[in-house]
Write a protein that binds this ligand. Sequence first.
Ligand SMILES: Nc1ncnc2c1ncn2[C@@H]1O[C@H](COP(=O)(O)OP(=O)(O)OP(=O)(O)O)[C@@H](O)[C@H]1O
Ligand SMILES: [Mg+2]
Length: 87
Amino acid sequence: MIAKGKNVPIRLNQCRKSTLAINLSVMSVREGIDTLLVDADIQGSCNEFSQRRDELDITPRLQVMMKHGRNLQRELADLQHRYQRIV
Ligand SMILES: Nc1ncnc2c1ncn2[C@@H]1O[C@H](COP(=O)(O)OP(=O)(O)OP(=O)(O)O)[C@@H](O)[C@H]1O
Ligand SMILES: [Mg+2]
């Protein structure tokens, strides 16, 4: 992923975006907040992580939805009414 900085592109590869999203989501669920983690990367690291937690019976469950495509923003707008927090 490359984010456009003011003049130069900033490389965001492997800078732990997924790790941060996962940790924030787990903290949020532990606080009792109804949380959905949306994995919008086809690589699916967050989804994989949630599957691993389930396989190992780790609680609390982390609810993850994989979503790609041009209507992502629209989907998120709909989902925000169904969860207290979306990561
Ligand atoms: N504290 C840590 N110590 C060592 N390795 C770590 C640590 N945190 C994350 N990693 C590893 O660093 C790698 C990159 O992390 P992560 O997948 O979160 O990055 P990303 O920014 O989402 O990458 P991508 O651009 O591929 O989506 C992963 O293999 C992850 O397991
Ligand atoms: Mg990632």
